[in-house]
Design a protein around this ligand. Structure first.
Ligand code: PEP
Length: 220
């Protein structure tokens, strides 16, 4: 069971205080780039929120796998819906980032999920098939199912919706699948108890130490 906290473009909690509060609980934190070193130094399992496919080059604003590894970062989120929605990331780009990060030895959480309009139009499986279809199974790859309509909205997928989507994703690619979308301490246990739910990717609730620790505990 993996519980990962995506701090997005928020400064986030104090790294040492979070480390102390987590104790032995398994966790991943994905802070903004500016706080990666501090999180690594505090002893947190630290991922980046994105990663480029080249090692170096003329790619303004990007960060490469070896640059992250030099800081002690052990993984990256790739293809978050906010990257797809606001920064034009495509399935092909997500596949390239994923492949390069895995080849470099990083762990990867690759995000997939449908928008509200796509769900209402009955296109959820088609979207998931397309997004998952560009990925290949790898021991260091996990998928995060994050229905876009549930991210940062307070709307959570029902446990049944999560279970069905996760089972469908696993039928395409046999990998662990995390659920993401308004996971909070009060809904984590029921979501995480679904048989096809292998963990959670937590946004807003990971910014608060008590909330994140409670969700990690629900997953442990
Ligand atoms: C996320 O950022 O991946 C996320 C799921 O956000 P939230 O938990 O705030 O919906």
């Amino acid at each position: 069971m993996i519980v990962a906290g995506n701090w997005k473009m928020f400064d986030g909690p104090d790294a040492r205080a979070l480390r102390a509060a987590l104790g032995d609980l398994p966790h991943v934190v994905a802070p903004p780039y500016t706080r990666l070193r501090e999180c690594v130094d505090a002893g947190l399992t630290t991922y980046a929120q994105n990663v480029h496919w080249e090692s170096e080059g003329a790619f303004t604003g990007e960060i490469s796998p070896p640059m992250l590894q030099a800081l002690g970062v052990t993984g990256a989120i790739v293809g978050h819906s906010e990257r797809r929605q606001f920064f034009g990331e495509t399935d092909e780009g997500v596949a390239k980032r994923t492949r390069a990060a895995l080849a470099a030895g990083l762990n990867v959480i690759a995000c997939v999920g449908e928008t509200e309009a796509q769900r209402e139009a009955g296109e959820t499986e088609e979207v998931l098939r397309r997004q998952v279809g560009v990925l290949e199974a790898h021991p260091n790859l996990v998928i995060a199912y994050e229905p876009v309509w549930a991210i940062g909205t307070g709307k959570t997928a029902t446990p049944e919706i999560a279970q069905d989507a996760h089972a469908f994703i696993k039928s395409l690619l046999d990998l662990p699948v995390l659920y993401g979308g308004s996971v909070k301490p009060d809904n984590a246990a029921v979501l995480l108890s679904q048989p096809a739910v292998d963990g959670a990717l937590v946004g807003g609730a990971s910014l608060d130490i008590d909330s994140f620790v409670a969700i990690c505990r629900a997953g442990s």
